[in-house]
Design a protein around this ligand. Structure first.
Ligand code: ATP
Ligand code: MG
Length: 434
């Protein structure tokens, strides 16, 4: 375990009756009944009840215990005693108790879940919020999601890469960029690894993935947007959009399966009954989705993106994960490959959960001339893209890929309303600290 502690609270069982243990953690609760004092110690694994009977305990130790402030950090050594009435069926009868760090009182927020707190209070004191079992459960699941993503992509022979977050040009064009000062030049925080993962396709690496920060300077104030998010990105050579859609749906299935098998206590804590979605996901053409939106009474012009209400209406009609495919070329980024036989439509898709978009992807243009033309057509300056375009002049294979929002994957999986609940230290229009 460690030099300080011998066991986590959940690692102790009643059949260890009589053995000596050292547990370490936070004082969750103190119940001083006069002749007996119960200290509930909390660590990341759960709770241990420490029981001090006045008559049988060293008076100094007893006195220290009953005067502890909640949330102080303590180290307790003592004997395990099987006790049916105690949580987990055991209690610790302490021989020593070290106060390692005393907590101030009152606390900025309650840890025991008896008193609710609003999201701002919780985020202002995130380190305390993380002591709550539900918050800890969310971030434990997040860890398992990312682990499952890596395992899946590695089994599919993707190589993990890291691309620059400080860049000279806009990826998606447009306004949603955070400018920064880079020595005596202007630079930006990257909106997505798109251009770099495409450049890597010209290198012959064939299959790359990146899990990293993306920055969007949009002033949205919604429950599903942040200004800094974590994107799971892949790019694959000698592939079309259908190849990478198939990888994406199998990834979703395998992440759900991994979480359902490895996060049983966390799902119970969160009250989530996780069912692994059935594959393959439905493929719904943009034009069909327009019809669904219209029959649900929503106005959508051909060539426009679906508004939130229309998106929800289509989602509730379909009722499970689905792909929205064959988008009009005009609303997709310049690097999206149009169908040769009808250039009004593109080889693009979004992966949708009934509640929201989870991912966007496409087959990309790999012809230098067409790509340059599309950049110009979208009103962008091709000179700014020279470093990118160069990779298309010396042998660029056909390729496809997608970007999947980690936060949206987790919030839809766990029925979390607010994206801020699945990010440790979220960044939005108003929040830059902690
Ligand atoms: P939306 O239309 O929902 O704002 P988008 O189409 O602008 O999203 P993309 O550029 O397609 O987003 O990015 C790929 C994925 O990254 C999205 O499907 C989403 O899951 C995630 N993502 C993008 N922007 C954000 C954001 N601001 N906050 C959280 N996740 C985001
Ligand atoms: Mg998108």
């Amino acid at each position: 375990m460690s030099a300080m502690r011998t066991h986590y609270a959940s690692g102790i069982t009643p059949d260890m009756n009589g053995s000596t243990v050292t547990v370490a953690g936070w004082v969750h609760e103190i119940r001083d009944l006069g002749g007996i004092c119960f200290l509930v110690l909390r660590d990341r694994s759960g709770f241990a009840q420490v029981t001090l009977v006045k008559k049988k305990t060293d008076p100094d130790l007893f006195d220290t215990a009953r005067r502890l402030n909640r949330e102080s950090v303590v180290l307790v050594s003592g004997a395990v005693k099987a006790a049916e009435q105690a949580p987990n069926g055991y209690e610790v009868i302490p021989q020593s108790l070290d106060l390692l760090s005393e907590s101030d009182s009152p606390l900025p927020m309650d840890v025991t879940e008896k008193v609710g707190a609003d999201i701002d209070t919780r985020l202002d004191s995130r380190f305390i919020d993380l002591r709550r079992r539900k918050t800890l459960a969310v971030f434990t699941v997040r860890h398992h999601v990312l682990r499952a993503v890596r395992e899946f992509l590695e089994s599919e022979e993707f190589i993990e890469v890291h691309t620059p977050k400080v860049v000279a040009a806009a990826t998606e064009g447009g306004t949603a960029l955070f400018p920064i000062t880079y020595f005596n030049r202007e630079a930006f925080l990257n909106q997505s690894p798109q251009l770099y993962k495409q450049i890597l396709m010209a290198s012959g690496i064939d299959r790359v993935y990146e899990i990293g920060a993306i920055f969007r300077a949009e002033e949205h104030d919604t429950l599903r947007h942040l200004n800094e998010a974590t994107s799971i990105d892949i790019e694959a050579s000698f592939a079309d959009q259908f190849d990478v859609m198939e990888i994406l749906e199998r990834l979703i299935g395998s992440v759900y399966l991994h979480v359902s098998q490895n996060c049983v206590p966390q799902l119970r804590e969160l009250g989530v009954d996780l069912t692994v979605p059935k594959l393959p996901f439905r493929r719904v053409k943009y034009d069909e989705a327009i019809d669904i939106a219209h029959s649900a009474g929503h106005e959508v012009e051909w060539g426009d993106d679906f508004g939130t209400a229309a998106e929800r209406a289509i989602g509730s009609e379909i009722g499970e994960h689905y792909f929205l495919i064959d988008w009009p070329t005009v609303i997709k980024p310049y690097y999206t490959n149009p169908y040769e036989e009808d250039v009004r439509y593109s080889k693009s898709f979004d992966l949708m959960h009934p509640r929201m978009e989870l991912a966007s992807g496409s087959q990309r243009i790999h012809s230098f001339d067409l790509l340059r033309e599309r950049i110009v057509a979208q009103g962008l300056d091709p000179d700014g893209f020279e470093f990118y375009l160069k990779a298309f002049r010396y042998g660029m294979p056909p390729h496809a890929g997608w970007g999947l929002g980690t936060e949206r994957l987790i919030m839809t999986m766990l029925h979390v309303e607010n994206i801020r609940d699945v990010v440790l230290f979220p960044r939005d229009r108003k929040r830059l600290s902690p």
